[in-house]
Write a new protein. Structure first.
Length: 263
C-alpha cells in the first residue's frame, strides 16, 4: 500500500523561529532525539495541519498527511517567505508500521533511516525504501486516539477536541502563535463540548458525515484495510452510543486554577 504520509522539508536559518510562531508546540530548541506532535491553526484556533516535526543533520522536516500537504504549505507560505524559509514536499518515503520499541516522539537515527515512536505501539520509518506502509498501524494509532488533519477535515476542530493536549501536541507555556488566544482561553476558562471518539463499525473517509441513530457526526481521520477499519469522529462529550468508543486517554486540564465559565 502507498503511504498516505509524506515529508515536508524546510530550509533556512529562521526555520524554527518561524514555525515557533505558527504551531502549538515549543520548537525553538528542537533536538534530534525528539519529534514533537504539532498542529497549525487559524486565528480561531481551528487546525488546518498537523504532524510530527523532526530535525536531523541540520534539516527540519514534518511528517504529515500528503492529501493536506499542499494546502498546509500554501497557508504557511506568507510567513515562511517573510523569514526567507523555503519548504517543499519531498519524495522521501514515510511509512508507519505496527511495531515499536520506541515511546511516542522518541527518535532513533540509523544510516539512511530515521525511526520515530508513535501512539498505538506503532513506529514511523523515514527514508526506508523497503518497508511498506501498514494500514493496520494506522488503525492502531487511530484506536489509540491520535488523528491527523486530512484534506477533508481541515478547520474542523481545535487541538483540545483532538486530544492534542494529552498527546504532547500543545505547550501552554510557550509564547504567542496563531490561534493561541482561543486555545489557551479554552484550557484556562472552559472545556470542550465536543471530542473525538473512536468508530470501528464501517469504513469511512475523512470529511464524511456518518449518521448514527438519526444524528450526523463528522469524520476527522480514518484508515482501513481488507479486514478492519478505524476512524475518529467528532461528537458531543455527553454522547452515549455503542458505536462510539471513548479514546483510551484520561482527559485532564494542563493548566492550574479554577474554571469560572463554560465555553
Amino acid at each position: 500500500m502507498n503511504s498516505p504520509f509524506g515529508l515536508i522539508q524546510f530550509k533556512g536559518d529562521q526555520t524554527l523561529k518561524v514555525l515557533q510562531g505558527q504551531c502549538t508546540q515549543k520548537v525553538t530548541e528542537l533536538s534530534s532525539e525528539h519529534a514533537p506532535l504539532i498542529a497549525f491553526c487559524d486565528p480561531k484556533g481551528r487546525m488546518f495541519g498537523s504532524g510530527r516535526l523532526l530535525q536531523y543533520n541540520n534539516l527540519v522536516s514534518l511528517i504529515t498527511p500528503m492529501d493536506q500537504s499542499d494546502a498546509l504549505l500554501k497557508r504557511l507560505h506568507p510567513f515562511l517567505t517573510l523569514a526567507r524559509v523555503s519548504a517543499a514536499l519531498t519524495d522521501i518515503p514515510v511509512n508507519l508500521i505496527a511495531q515499536s520499541s520506541l515511546s511516542p516522539a522518541t527518535c532513533q537515527h540509523k544510516p539512511g533511516t530515521t525511526l520515530i515512536g508513535e501512539f498505538g505501539k506503532t513506529q514511523w520509518l523515514v527514508g526506508d525504501q523497503d518497508q511498506p506502509h501498514d494500514p493496520k498501524a494506522d488503525i492502531a494509532r487511530l484506536s489509540a486516539g491520535l488523528g491527523f488533519v486530512r484534506q477533508g477535515s481541515a478547520d474542523l476542530l481545535i487541538p483540545q477536541q483532538a486530544h492534542y493536549q494529552m498527546l504532547g501536541g500543545v505547550d501552554f507555556k510557550k509564547g504567542c502563535y496563531t490561534g493561541q488566544e482561543v486555545i489557551a482561553r479554552l484550557e484556562h476558562l472552559g472545556q470542550a463540548k465536543k471530542y473525538l471518539f473512536v468508530y470501528r463499525e464501517t469504513p469511512v473517509f475523512p470529511g464524511e458525515s456518518v449518521e448514527l441513530e438519526g444524528t450526523s457526526f463528522q469524520v476527522f481521520d480514518a484508515a482501513n484495510d481488507l479486514e478492519d477499519q478505524a476512524a475518529l469522529l467528532l461528537a458531543p462529550v455527553s454522547v452515549n452510543l455503542k458505536q462510539l468508543i471513548h479514546v483510551p486517554l484520561t482527559i485532564t486540564r494542563q493548566v492550574e486554577g479554577q474554571r469560572p465559565v463554560k465555553l
